[in-house]
Ligand binder design. Structure first.
Ligand code: HEM
Length: 219
């Protein structure tokens, strides 16, 4: 009972983290759908809407459905759902988020404050997220469940950087307004770094601890 409550709290926490960027995404999709007036802030999304729409819909599915894949109790009781959701919803949605993110990084005319350093970070995160999903699939095909879980946690953590970035940037935006190019990349990278560190701690404390063979391979 205590474990079940803890698990649902974890899912709720992940959903709350995904909520703000998801709401921002819903507003952006609404703006595109209702032919809102073009401004310097939204021109790139209105002129080239497909990548951002795919990105936002993919991110909604990935972050909300994905939150429930990490609950051990739910997974044990509904392994059929875990496999179905993973195969037909989360892998496609995760790859769409990463690939559309990479596409926008390459082709959107972003504001000057999103400089070269942030562009490089976005390329890195997009490639690492897509690669983590592919490595998780390779692991599960070999029935290597600990590595499958570890790579899926890494992919999810990188995606959820969008949520952590709200926490690493919003307080400063409220206090000091628009950041400089330097502080912008620091705030964005901090979101991804925090998530990567938390993911590695979780992987080491839970998955690798249970599997000495995996620890030996990972060492
Ligand atoms: C679940 C995870 C994610 C969510 C919820 C999310 C959410 C969003 C939203 C709502 C936008 C539109 C921003 C706006 O309207 O101003 C956006 C844009 C963007 N996202 Fe994501 N995102 C996620 C993951 C990623 C990842 C992993 C990358 C890595 C490449 C990425 C790269 C981008 C880029 C480059 C843009 C365009 C930025 C711009 O032109 O200003 N996103 N994302």
């Amino acid at each position: 009972m205590k474990n079940t409550r803890r698990e649902w709290l974890i899912a709720a926490g992940l959903i709350v983290l995904a909520l703000i960027p998801s709401l921002a995404g819903a507003v952006r999709v609404g703006e595109i759908a209702t032919d809102a007036p073009v401004t310097p802030e939204n021109a790139r999304f209105i002129e080239m809407p497909l990548p951002v729409i795919l990105h936002i819909v993919g991110a909604l599915v990935y972050s909300l459905v994905g939150a429930f894949q990490f609950l051990p109790g739910l997974r044990r009781r509904h392994i059929g759902w875990h496999r179905f959701a993973g195969r037909y919803l989360l892998v496609p949605a995760g790859l769409i988020v990463a690939l559309s993110g990479l596409w926008m990084t390459a082709f959107y005319d972003v504001p000057p404050v999103d400089g070269l350093a942030l562009q490089i970070s976005r390329y890195l995160v997009g490639v690492l997220m897509a690669a983590s999903i592919v490595l998780a699939l390779v692991a599960v095909a070999r029935r290597d469940i600990p590595h499958h879980a570890a790579w899926m946690i890494r992919a999810y953590a990188l995606a959820m950087g969008a949520g952590t970035q709200v926490l690493t940037s919003a307080p400063f935006a409220i206090l000091f307004g628009t950041p400089s190019e330097f502080w912008r990349v620091v705030q964005m990278d901090a979101g991804w770094l925090i998530n990567i560190v938390v993911a590695e701690i979780i992987i080491r404390r839970t998955i690798l601890r249970k599997s000495p063979v995996v620890v030996a391979v990972a060492a």
